[in-house]
Design a protein around this ligand. Structure first.
Ligand SMILES: [Zn+2]
Length: 295
């Protein structure tokens, strides 16, 4: 049994016995804090990003994929871009581009649609990027529901044809989420179980979701009337895939003329990761050496 205490972030899958229902619970106190520490996000954006990180890990756990699951908000409102990326091994990272004044003006309780400038001004794009190991899959969600959980539920109902219930909770000390799905092939006898499970999820308090303690305890507390089988938890963590090698590759693509222009302007070459804010600095001779072997 793994506990959430001590910052051990984990995703725990479960099934409701004798009912065609599967689910997963995720708690990411340390991951959410690490993701949010990368940029000075305003409060509304902090909450939405933390919720999306929990949602992304839950979605990733329901899919068979390699590479990354990327949830991206594209809009023309106060938040122009928001990206949450979850690897197949549940490493999470995120970034956003926002207008500080306009985002602040919306207040701390702004919804994702409001941050995007309204339902007609933005869309949520879900991408499965196998990173070269196959074709890219994309799904698009209109920003019709106010909450992140509502948007993801709608996506699951339309794209996967699975009735799903999702609750998300975010606070300064972390984020958590619980997803249940009615499996295909479930019959009429499972209707009552699904109704009970869906009602239990709808009634979950954010504080109960964010409670520290073993996932098994939180799942049992959520479904007191069900016989739930809980699987071994999987680790979730903050992880950025940026590296010095990637920066060097990007500079090679930019070309010698571009790199010389940067050196002329600032004396060295510096690249900052837009996800984790890590800075990569190259001395002029190091940057020029990238092109020394090229003809
Ligand atoms: Zn990075």
């Amino acid at each position: 049994m793994t506990t959430a205490a001590g910052g051990a972030d984990a995703l725990t899958r479960f099934v409701v016995e004798h009912a065609a229902v599967r689910g997963a619970y995720v708690a990411i106190p340390a991951t959410a804090r690490a993701v949010l520490a990368c940029h000075p996000y305003p409060p509304a954006l902090r909450r939405i990003l933390a919720e999306l990180c929990a949602a992304c890990a839950l979605l990733a756990s329901t899919l068979e994929f390699t590479g990354s699951l990327i949830v991206q908000l594209q809009g023309d409102g106060p938040v122009r871009l928001l990206v949450v990326e979850c690897s197949a091994s549940l490493g999470l990272r995120a970034m956003a581009q926002w207008d500080a004044e306009r985002t602040q003006a919306l207040g701390a309780d702004a919804t994702l649609a409001e941050l995007a400038g309204g339902p007609r001004h933005g869309r949520l794009v879900l991408t499965l990027d196998p990173k070269g190991a196959g074709p890219i899959y994309q799904g698009i969600v209109a920003l019709e529901s106010g909450s992140v959980a509502g948007l993801i539920e709608h996506y699951l109902a339309t794209s996967e044809q699975l009735a799903s219930r999702l609750v998300l909770a975010a606070a300064d000390h972390g984020a958590a989420g619980l997803l249940v799905q009615r499996l295909p092939g479930s019959g009429e006898s499972d209707d009552a179980a699904w109704t009970r499970v869906a009602a239990a999820v709808a009634g979950l308090a954010p504080a109960a979701m964010l409670a520290s303690g073993p996932a098994t305890g939180i799942i049992a507390h959520a479904f007191p009337h069900e016989d739930v089988r809980v699987f071994k938890p999987r680790d979730v963590r903050f992880e950025c895939s940026c590296s010095r090698e990637r920066v060097l590759r990007a500079l090679r693509i930019a070309g010698a003329a571009e790199v010389e222009a940067i050196i002329a302007e600032r004396g060295d070459v510096e690249a900052t990761c837009e996800f984790c804010s890590r800075r990569y600095t190259l001395a002029p001779e190091e940057a020029r050496a990238l092109f020394a072997s090229q003809h």
